[in-house]
Ligand binder design. Sequence first.
Ligand code: G4P
Length: 538
Amino acid sequence: MSLHNEITRRRTFAIVSHPDAGKTTLTEKLLLYGGAVQMAGSVTSRKKERATVSDWLEIERKRGISVSSTILHFDYNGFRINLLDTPGHNDFSEDTYRVLTAVDSVIMVIDGGKGIEQQTLKLFEVCGKRKIPIITFINKMDRPSRDTLSLLDEIEKVLHIIPYPVNIPLGNGNEFKGIWDRRTKIAHLFERTPGGAFRAPVKTCGLVDQLVQDILSESTYRTVCDELEMIEHVGESLDIENIANGTMTPVFFGSAVNNFGVELLLDGFLEFSPPPQPRQSTDVTVEPESDFFSGFVFKIQANLDPKHRDRMSFIRIVSGKFTRDMPVFHTRTGKKLRLSNSNSLFGCERISVDEAWPGDVIGFVGGEFLNIGDTLCEKPGIVYREVPRFAPECFAYLHNPEPSNYKRFQKGLEQLVQEGLVHIFTKKNSPDKNVLLGAVGPLQFDLVQFRLESEYGAVSRIETTEWKIIHWLDTKPIEATQLSLPHKSTLVQDCNGRSAILFERDWQVRHFCENNPSIVLFDNFYNDKVPDVSVAQK
Ligand code: G4P
């Protein structure tokens, strides 16, 4: 197949949601409908220690949440679908953001009973900034839900994006019997299957068909007709361009656990989501159809699978065809390397990959020098600036209670820092030998401890601190004596030797600025190679 055909048949996306809205369940069900698994492992069985395909890391199984992202892919109706799982816990916005740099669209799952929750809002903002097309799935319609119009209204008012309901639910809660597809004017009536393990049988008919009127109560039927009339009269018409630029979202309703509406969502998703999109290099836009391979590292993870204790860098292909063993430039260092140990992934399974195309994600084993955000390209000079780093919002000391374990402790910690799981800081001229960690959310500290112990055999102890705000100074090292530091704030250095100050409260930052008028504080500090993204703040 030609490069053009391979690109147009690819869809690379992520599912995002507030925890518990049904992201994991929907992932399973898309795999079921995509034919990638025969029977969906229900979330209930996950609780009985059978992980879902995407939810495999041990800590995830123990806690029943997704903390690290996985890559899944399947073929459906001639399309190659790459699904990048995002962590569901709101602690992990940094990792989530990185995944969003590697996708071309997202499916946003909303709980129909709860509407837009805090994390949905946060994720929507991130998608908005990246102008990613968003396809909305309003889930759990089998439970008592908010009414259809108010859910659509909320999307418009709270998220400032125009909803286009592709379908509407026929009832909700116990009365949820099916879905009305507005464009085909077909009602899809579902039958429940035990545990939702198999595809739900569907009957189709018109809205005025006796079958629909029999299956719905009189009042539900009337409500559906009223809602529909309202939507047809006042709703916006479908605008593909606005969907592509993220200002309109096609909305689908359903119940993932019962498989209701999943197939309609999948088919609609393929229609509305774009194929692999171009990415911006320093001064050029690189089109997927360019005749050279290029991509960027958006995630690094070691010990992905206990059977393979190695380090994998996940590369999103931006342009050209990838072939195993091809020589590429590592733009940051100018080194040339061969991508010989390349893999495609399906959950925790890895299969070696000989060729891949724009939109695909390959896992490259080895490459200890690769960092998150690095560009790999067949020709020199291409630098993608897709992957930012976020400032930590919590800080903790990590103690090693067993000095005899020092080497293992150190090795594990170095690896986890390279993966971007946590930031590491040292307190300048301090006799304090303990490691100071910074993370976007406190769950990352648990994950560090868990992984140090399970993967490196190093037990550790966490001591949380009150610092919540970090601001960097300019790049040259600064002595604490040169500054007037507010009480309880402290001067630290990051792993690149840059000075930063940790504060507990906003007023301390203001106090610092007043007492040190010549010092400029920075909100964030990205790695050396992308210096201009730092936001200067007075
Ligand atoms: P997440 O990844 O977004 O965190 O959510 P997840 O899929 O784990 O689902 C969270 C809970 O919501 C699960 O229940 C799951 O069964 C339930 N759920 C998902 N989709 C639907 C749906 O369409 N309808 C209903 N009624 N529930 C749904 P749980 O309490 O964790 O487990 P369980 O005992 O219900 O299986």
